[in-house]
Design a protein around this ligand. Structure first.
Ligand code: WT7
Length: 659
């Protein structure tokens, strides 16, 4: 009953749902390479969910098969196997496939460093570098099935490293380069990586990031790491040490590498990568994806959702350290032979118009970013945008968190000049590819709604008993398997079942989000219903932060909640109780915020740390986050009957308001 309350409460917050009748029609020019009209969408979507084998079987002809599969789908709930018995390789789909076509000489990446350098790589250049690195990794002893951790800022060598792993059948696990050493180490240990690929450094907001130092402290004492491969970001700018016998320069590996390494024929269901994401317990989950289904899902969704054409300049601003970068910088666009922008640095360096300068100079046509970034652009003011020529843009996208209608409208008007359709794409690390989204040539959009399910996604909104709602608020779930879905949690089979498939007796995939369905069947994503907070589009498990707090010697107990934040979407507030004799000082609060930034990463720094004598708990001792959230947001306390000591709470609230 308790859990029900808090969810229902979140669902009732539908302030984001925009006015009835505010609808933006798809422009006639859109949908050329994808879906041209609503009737085509409806017909194809019906086919895709009623006959997934037929639908995806036809599309799978676009993949280059080393050996054709025997069966499109084998569904042993909750385990799906797609393209059973097939053999293929991801680097072939992204690179080799283009070699005897005009795409080979086409620009694959325009890389722009924060200080202003520019590097252009064609698909053939990428092919050569990937082969050479693959050869180098082989010489280091990396074999099929081995795990390789990649910890690197947005440098061209990052996608190259991923594709080189894929080529030799090694499983890459990219760790966002904003994570602290301990977080990197936890991930390395969990997947048992034998090699880390990194860089000596990178630039961020005008400062040097000494990336290799972070890797050194993470890897120190590791039982599994045998080698660290180091990309030199630029001459000798970033001081670093090389450990003899362990560390090797990328440049040397590539220089000595063979021009051609035969791609490892991978089984359709062999893992392609592991990507860690936060869950409700302290331990991050290693979500893994496999070759064939993931490749097909990202290939098809990139083309359909972004209406990708030959001459597009595509810019997805996400870091490859997150799933968006995996699917819509590497695998989706590259399988489609797209030309892409990759930018190393901050959006406001040296000035808040850096992104618009890039759009203007590179004539970007498709721009895909997160609401948190859009809110930041809004707050910096239109004066940074107006002087820039953004007329090359034809399509805008957003991902990562709910977009407020007013932010959507600003994006549409100020960036898109009311000319560009917006695709608000809902999906997750777990879903692998875009799952609920408008298609630009067919779907009328409403500001704040992710609209309708993508092909193959049988999305529903359920009430807590598992009844489907044709209209109203409830929990978002997916009924059938889809090709790019996660295949499991690395090393923890049971957790996959418990987290995603146990809620309604295994009948549905539970996404962890609340959603509202309007009278047109459109989906409005409300937000997470678990203890996961979305800070600037970064998904952070509160349990992970709480464990980090408790590692500080002054802290005895901690509870972390998310609160609305103007730019970040959500910000973090830590409620902390201290050991006997520790003082509630401003300095300690600051020290604890810094502690979290050091332990987890700067992006996880709490907005505020509050000291409390006791945390509000149920009689069984469970911390009641809902109440803390209400306190932190200044809301009414709601039902307190489950509380062990109701007076704790009132005291807490007064204290919070006073501070
Ligand atoms: C969570 C997944 C997959 C892209 C990056 C985030 C939220 C994602 C939207 C959207 C509202 C969204 C959900 C989801 N989310 N896209 N368009 N509208 N919410 O991946 O780190 O796995 O996080 O991000 O809460 O569950 P992720």
């Amino acid at each position: 009953m308790k859990a029900k309350k808090s969810e229902t409460e979140r669902l009732s917050d539908l302030s984001r749902v925009s006015d009835e009748g505010e609808i933006y029609q798809p422009p006639a020019w859109a949908g050329e390479t994808g879906t041209p009209s609503m009737s085509v969408y409806l017909k194809r979507w019906k086919y895709s969910v009623e006959d997934p084998e037929g639908f995806w079987g036809e599309l799978a002809r676009e993949l280059v098969w080393e050996k054709k599969y025997e069966k499109v789908l084998e569904w042993n709930r909750p385990h799906a196997r797609w393209f059973v018995g097939g053999k293929l390789n991801a680097s072939v789909q992204c690179l080799d496939k283009h070699l005897n076509t005009p795409v080979a000489e086409k620009t694959a990446l325009v890389w722009i460093g924060e200080p202003g350098e520019k590097k252009t790589l064609s698909y053939r250049d990428l092919y050569t570098l990937v082969n050479k690195l693959a050869s180098g990794l082989k010489k280091l002893g990396v074999k099929r099935g081995d795990r390789v951790a990649i910890y690197m800022p947005m440098l061209p060598e990052l996608p190259i490293a991923c594709l080189a792993c894929a080529r030799i059948g090694a499983i890459h696990s990219v760790v966002f380069a904003g994570f602290a050493p301990q977080s990197l180490r936890d991930r390395i240990d969990d997947c048992g990586a034998s090699v880390v690929i990194t860089s000596d450094g990178g630039w961020r907001r005008g400062s040097k990031m000494l990336v290799k130092d972070i890797v050194d402290s993470a890897v120190d004492g590791s039982q599994t790491i045998t080698n660290v491969v180091v990309v030199k970001r630029g001459g000798d700018v970033f001081s670093h040490e090389m450990k003899q016998g362990r560390d090797v320069y990328y440049e040397n590996l590539v220089a000595d590498g063979d021009e051609f390494v035969a791609p490892e024929p991978m089984d359709s269901e062999d893992p392609l990568f592991i990507l860690y994401t936060s869950g409700t317990t302290g331990k991050p989950k290693g979500i893994f994806h496999t070759h064939a289904g993931y490749l097909l899902g990202t290939l098809v969704s990139s083309r359909e959702v972004f209406d990708l054409r030959d001459n597009d300049i595509f810019w997805c601003t996400a870091d490859i350290g997150w799933i968006t970068g995996h699917s819509y910088v590497i695998y989706g666009p590259m399988q489609n032979g797209a030309t892409q922008i990759m930018y190393e640095g901050a959006p406001n360096y040296p000035n808040p118009d850096r992104f618009w300068e890039i759009v203007e100079q590179e004539k970007v046509t498709i721009f895909y970013t997160a609401p948190t970034a859009i809110r930041a652009f809004m707050s910096w003011g239109d004066k940074w945008i107006k002087p820039r020529d953004l007329s090359s843009l034809r399509l805008l996208g957003t991902v990562g968190e709910p977009i407020n209608p007013e932010v959507w409208r600003w994006y549409h008007k100020t960036i898109g000049a009311e000319r560009c359709p917006i695709v608000d794409t809902w999906w997750q690390t777990e879903t692998g590819s875009i799952s609920i989204t408008p298609l630009p040539g067919s779907t009328p959009t409403k500001p704040g709604s992710a609209t309708l399910p993508f092909y193959g996604i049988d999305a529903v909104v359920l009430d807590e008993s598992g009844a489907e709602l044709s209209e109203g608020g409830g929990l978002l779930a997916i009924r059938k398997p889809w090709p790019a879905m996660m295949r499991g949690i690395w090393g923890d089979e049971q957790r996959y079942i418990d987290t995603y498939w146990s809620r309604w007796e295994g009948k549905y995939y539970f996404a962890g989000d609340a959603a509202y369905r309007d009278k047109d069947g459109y989906f409005w994503i409300v937000g997470r219903v678990d203890d996961v907070v979305n800070v600037s589009g970064h998904r952070i498990g509160t349990a992970e932060l709480e464990s980090a707090f408790i590692e500080h010697e002054a802290v005895i107990e901690a509870a972390v909640v998310g609160v609305p934040h103007k730019i970040k979407g959500e910000g973090l507030v830590g409620f902390v109780s201290l050991r006997e004799g520790e003082q509630h000082t401003e300095e300690l609060a600051e020290e604890l915020r810094e502690w979290i930034a050091k332990k987890i990463g700067k992006f996880a720094r709490p907005e505020r740390v509050m000291f409390v004598d006791d945390l509000p708990k149920t009689r069984s001792g469970k911390i009641i986050r809902r109440l803390l959230r209400n306190i932190a947001t200044g809301r009414e306390l709601g039902d307190v009957t489950t509380l062990a000591d109701a007076s704790t709470l009132e005291k807490l609230r007064q204290q919070y308001q006073e501070e």
